[in-house]
Design a protein around this ligand. Sequence first.
Ligand SMILES: [Zn+2]
Length: 111
Amino acid sequence: METDYKIKEAPTCPHCKAVMEKMDARNLDWGTTFLWVCYNNDCAPFKKGWQHMMDKYGQLVSYRFMMTPDNGTTGVIPAFSSEYLTKAGKPSNPYMDPDAVNKYYEVPDEE
Ligand SMILES: [Zn+2]
């Protein structure tokens, strides 16, 4: 149940202090309807991620800091560049559209 989520208010990213935003996670494997994601393009993991992923996997991909709303587990999710998406043919990837959550799904602020 979403109302049981522990992290209901947008948390602050520990890396860059930006306020995190909701990302639709219903099609992902986290078991929650959304994830809190740092969309700041100056966030350290995101900025460093490009080079790291290119060195390691040869892919133009980075990652963004995230937190699950149900218990506050932190981690990273892939963040694809628009160039990568064009090549990969997945323009509808939800990672590229921070507003997707609000378009498809609205989470009440308070119960
Ligand atoms: Zn951040």
